[in-house]
Design a protein around this ligand. Structure first.
Ligand code: HEM
Length: 267
């Protein structure tokens, strides 16, 4: 038989099957992903600001603080079951955090692809920078603080994620070794004081608030820009000031707590 007459055998590799991740994001534009980050980031920032205000009740003493913790569990009763509102808030926070992290990861992957970076290449570059074999930028060219904050969004985001996991295990779940050995369910004040009396934990909480300040300030500023609020110089200036004030107040308010526990002002 003439070999030319044989039906062609398809020896080329079939196109790789797209992963579930690729299928999920294939129709999402960068602007849509940025808007998803802005919306979820706003929910998380509102929670964090409200949570800081609630945390300040610790300065009113054990009785008030524990009453406040109990109020969070019983709000809406008897119409709603105990912990009803709390669970609605928890589900909302989890959904916001999940969409924030997923949209952020997809945008990062797209940026890396656009710069022709691969995950392996980025790890190799980082290793070379850490071992001093490659300088990141020419000697003498230092970045300004706002530039450092803007470029640290992924690392401060990772710190906040790790902080939140530890924090919930410590003060909400009471899981050892994150929680103190004195943890007792129902005594929010005692648990807070017992946890932050450990110097290493107090330092970790305070240091994480530096990441919170940077992430919130740059996040709020970027969210306002992506949502189209900064159309005039005046508006951009207002957003800039508001982001700095809110981020600094929330982070500094929280920092006072580990400091006050270590100084035995709160005990
Ligand atoms: C020094 C700063 C902070 C202190 C003293 C503090 C204190 C607390 C306390 C006492 C609880 C347990 C409340 C209860 O069970 O009644 C709690 C829960 C929680 N905190 Fe914080 N917090 C701080 C910062 C933060 C920050 C910055 C975040 C977010 C990034 C955060 C997120 C949460 C979450 C998600 C929960 C779990 C709420 C729940 O599901 O019950 N906290 N915090």
């Amino acid at each position: 038989m003439n070999p030319a007459a044989q039906p062609p055998t398809d020896t080329a590799d079939p196109a790789p099957k797209p992963s579930a991740w690729e299928v999920m994001f294939k129709d999402a534009t960068n602007s849509e992903l940025k808007l998803a980050m802005a919306a979820s980031g706003t929910v998380l920032s509102l929670f964090t600001a409200g949570h800081m205000a609630g945390n300040m009740q610790v300065y009113r003493g054990r009785k008030y603080y524990n009453e406040y913790a109990e109020f969070i569990r019983t709000v809406g009763a008897p119409v709603l079951p105990r912990n009803g509102v709390l669970w609605v808030v928890r589900v909302g926070l989890l959904a916001s955090a999940t969409s924030h992290i997923m949209a952020g990861t997809e945008l990062t992957l797209r940026a890396m692809r656009a710069e022709r970076h691969t995950v392996q290449g980025t790890i190799r570059d980082l290793k070379r920078q850490l071992t001093g074999k490659q300088r990141r930028r020419p000697r003498g060219r230092r970045r300004s603080v706002p530039q450092i904050i803007a470029r640290s969004m992924r690392s401060t985001g990772v710190v906040l994620g790790l902080f939140t996991v530890y924090h919930v295990a410590d003060l909400t779940v009471g899981a050892r070794p994150a929680a103190s050995s004195k943890h007792r369910h129902g005594d929010a004040y005692g648990n807070l004081v017992a946890s932050l009396s450990r110097p290493g934990v107090a330092f970790f909480y305070a240091a994480s608030m530096a990441a919170l300040a940077g992430h919130m300030i740059h996040g709020m500023r970027t969210a306002a820009m992506d949502a189209g609020f900064t159309t005039t110089a005046q508006r951009a200036q207002t957003v800039e000031v508001a982001a700095k004030v809110v981020g600094a107040v929330v982070a500094l308010g929280n920092v006072t707590i580990p400091v006050a526990v270590q100084a035995k002002v709160v005990r």
